[in-house]
Design a protein around this ligand. Structure first.
Ligand code: SF4
Length: 577
């Protein structure tokens, strides 16, 4: 992983490929790499879909090694949704394969001609060619064509029609171990930027390439052993997530009164039990699917699963908690089959399930359809895939949908939709939503773990006390985790078990021959956040945008009948370290 691949899609005689050493970006991976390149090379005021924006795809620092759960791929650019810097990450096989091919980043630059391109990267090098037969295809059909052409040992990074249409909710899909395009860099419209670069699919083939070798193999192996023991021995990462997936959170968050229901108007959903992780796992097993499944080789948590339809045929991967909430309780829907169908359509069209579900919730509030109308929601998603005028509005995200329909209760920060935790009942996540440079994003500093599950401390979810410090520390740690390429779910174990976090640091040190201590690790996270905030400021997104929409301060949320209590002055303290 000692080189950067650049493809100038706007070169005079067609796409131009070049490779270069890491230079200024040495020591960076994942989110540190994407935010490093974007903040240094992309003009903050450029149009996100124009020639000056760059799409950066970077494996984490430990991807392509034997480290468990190290297969997250970061994708970064200036976001068409938020207008600020963005990093979205995805599981699947792509990160491991790209790292083994030796690339620390792929950078797509420039503005192409009217062709749609596919890129093949293998041990022989890089090939790019126009393939307009891919135009308009869903992710599933796109990947099927790639398997036909290049065999079934590859990994694919692709966009669906939403990306081609440059919608602000468009995602980038990565294939899982079974070559299904089910793992998405979902947030912030990454797919629209890949579409704007004219790239439909990147095929990665690491045949002939070996696992990356650490500088100190013995120390690395020993640290990984402690790491795996920490993950598999933890009650959440070793039991709850493998048994019920991320959807194990439905009952817990609903019980806590923080499950945003019918467009954030209530904190408990009467239909939660029908779509909970426990119910879903039972159904998956009864239909011959799987209640536990890893999205990439080397995952020891396996929070995913396989969802079959009523006839026992594969429909989609196990919809995650966020998806089940966005299309479920947030829209007043408690039908697992309908939600699984929406998940399948989202994956195929290439759209973010959170942004799409929240946009539909806002559309329901705006009177376009009734809360609870599952068929109507499916039809709306199909409109997105078909690119009808209404579909393009919904596919532009919740902020645009709310504006078009005259809705006041629009749960977005920096124009990005809030995920599945109401900040009034879980105040710590509200601090993260408000202040992260990414726009409302639970993964940027998952205070839910501490507020609701008591992981890594005890900070009362309903009170503002301690939430600033909690969110600050989590945002710094998360920026590091995203840069190393670790799946965020490792945090449940690493936050509570010092020896597990220590093993992660030991792996980075022994792999790269470093001697980082806790302060040095924190400094990496701080520098990523500083880069991102500076970019945003130059793009016109400042501290005054680190706020929640007013209704969170004005409308008490049942059942606790509480508002968001953290003050603006306190929010301004998050990045004072
Ligand atoms: S825990 Fe889940 S999201 Fe994380 S790597 Fe494993 S399957 Fe993928």
């Amino acid at each position: 992983m000692d080189k950067i691949l650049r493809i100038n899609m706007g070169a005079e005689n067609g796409p131009q490929i070049s490779e270069e050493p890491l230079g200024d970006y040495v020591g960076m991976g994942g989110r540190a790499m994407t935010s490093g390149i974007v903040s240094k090379e992309v003009p903050p005021l450029c149009h996100p879909l124009g020639a000056d924006n760059k799409l950066v795809i970077a494996p984490g620092l430990l991807s392509g090694t034997l480290a468990a759960n190290s297969g997250r791929l970061s994708v970064g650019c200036k976001s068409p949704l938020t207008g600020g810097i963005k990093e979205a990450n995805a599981g699947g096989q792509a990160s491991q394969v790209l790292a083994r091919l030796g690339y620390a980043a792929i950078v797509l630059e420039g503005k192409p001609d009217d062709n749609l391109y596919k890129i093949l990267i293998n041990a022989d090098g890089v090939k790019i060619e126009a393939d307009n037969s891919l135009k308009g295809l869903g992710n599933y059909d796109t990947v099927a064509k790639m398997i036909n052409a290049y065999g079934d040992k590859v990994a694919c990074i692709s966009i669906g029609p939403a990306g081609e249409m440059k919608m602000a909710s468009a995602s980038i899909a990565c294939t899982d171990m079974e070559l299904r395009p089910t793992r998405h860099a979902g947030r912030g419209g990454m797919g629209a930027v890949m579409g704007a670069k004219g790239v439909k699919v990147i095929v990665l083939d690491d045949a002939g390439k070996k696992m990356r070798k650490p500088k100190d193999p013995e120390k690395y192996k020993a640290a990984n052993k402690i790491w795996v023991a920490g993950l598999t021995g933890n009650a959440i990462t070793g039991e709850a997530l493998p048994s019920f997936g991320t959807n194990v959170m439905t009952n817990a968050i609903n019980e806590a009164g923080g499950y945003p229901t019918r467009n954030f108007s209530e904190g408990r959903f009467e239909g939660a039990a029908n779509i909970s992780g426990e119910t879903q796992a039972e159904l998956e097993i009864a239909r011959g699917g799987k209640a536990t499944h890893g999205c990439h080789r080397g995952c020891v948590i396996k929070c995913s699963g396989i969802f079959h339809d009523k006839d026992g045929n594969y429909l989609t991967k196990q919809p995650e908690y966020e998806t089940l909430w966005a299309h479920g309780g947030n829209c007043g829907i408690d039908d697992l089959d309908a939600i699984a169908m929406m998940d399948r359509l989202d994956d195929d069209f290439g759209i973010d399930t959170i942004e799409t579900g929240v946009s539909i919730g806002v559309a329901m509030e705006g009177g376009l359809l009734e809360f609870g109308d599952a068929e109507g929601a499916i039809k709306l998603i199909k409109e997105i895939g078909a690119g009808t005028p209404l579909g393009r509005i919904i596919g532009s995200g919740a902020a645009v949908t709310g504006q078009v329909l005259g809705v006041e209760r629009v749960p977005v920060v920096k124009k990005q939709s809030m995920p599945a935790y109401d900040p009034r009942a879980i105040q710590g996540i509200g601090v993260t939503y408000a202040t992260t440079p990414q726009g409302a994003d639970h993964t940027a500093g998952y205070a839910v773990a501490t507020n609701v599950l008591g992981v890594g401390g005890d900070v009362d979810a309903l009170k503002p006390v301690g939430q600033i410090e909690l969110s600050r520390n989590l945002q710094i740690t998360t920026a590091v985790v995203d840069s190393v390429g670790m799946c965020l779910f490792i945090a449940f174990a690493a936050l509570d078990q010092p020896e597990t976090f220590g093993a992660l640091v030991d792996m980075v040190n022994s792999f790269y021959g470093l001697e980082l201590d806790g302060d040095a690790v924190a400094a990496i996270g701080q520098s990523v956040l500083t880069n991102e905030r500076e970019f945003n400021k130059k793009a016109g997104i400042g501290p005054e945008d680190d706020r929640l929409p007013a209704f969170f301060q004005n409308e008490p949320l049942p059942p606790h009948n509480i508002t968001f209590q953290v003050t603006d002055e306190e929010l301004d303290e998050v990045f004072n370290w």
